[in-house]
Design a protein around this ligand. Sequence first.
Ligand code: AMP
Length: 283
Amino acid sequence: MEIINDIATVQSRCLQARQDGKRIAFVPTMGFLHEGHLSLMREGRARGDLLVASIFVNPTQFGPKEDLSAYPRDLERDAELARENGVDILFHPTPETMYPKGYKTYVNVEGLTRTLCGESRPGHFRGVTTVVCKLFNIVQPHVALFGRKDFQQLAVLRRMVADLNLTVEVVGLPTVREKDGLAMSSRNVYLSAEHRKQALSLVDALRQAGVAARHGELHPRRLVGLVRERISREPDAEIDYIKICDGDTLESVDRVDAHSVLLLAVRIGSTRLIDNNYIFEEV
Ligand code: AMP
């Protein structure tokens, strides 16, 4: 595995691979890798001849009061994990490389980015779509793999790819969870032992809503009420949103069906956690 910091080298390696008829699979990440990221890499390994992963804590997707400087980083460990999971090229640029002096261009998907996380994190998705578009232009992958853990991000990126006629195939993979159900996230390291326990209320609430829906409760408001009631029992939980949306458009639904997704964002202490599940699917 090669670790490459500069854009021109990655671009020329990938161009060469394309010319040699190789299929390029790409997994963009912000690093501090866990099993969720590694599941994407393994799938990428199976789907491509050249597997490229990136580690870049992208400043443009963090708000001014968010955790950009505190975001956990461990390149040495990440490189080892990437290597073990079949990555050929690990792209690790600096912020100055990606956004040099004079940088002025942003990609913005409208509509879909206004709700849910877009409401509480203004500008977040503009940063995500900008960096992913740039990474796609650098790597020029045939296929790119993303986690359903970031459900809205996946929907926004699919929209961007369709709207800008990008040729990459976007693949979404299921959320990987800890044994006790907590969705894996690089941010879980922020949680104290007590908050780690309280964080289980997210998956517990998703499960309870799923059971209720499968028993015939199809009213979004009542299902959301159940979830709210469960999470509110935790002393340090502060709900950002709990919504049931159509899985493609992210619009609110009046009655749940197989396409409906329950999405939530909750602050446990100062750590903001997100989770989601197709309402009828078992967590
Ligand atoms: P991040 O490093 O948090 O930006 O995530 C990089 C990629 O890994 C994104 O496509 C995420 O959706 C995906 N990812 C993060 N956590 C998980 C998880 N628990 N299960 C599956 N994919 C995940």
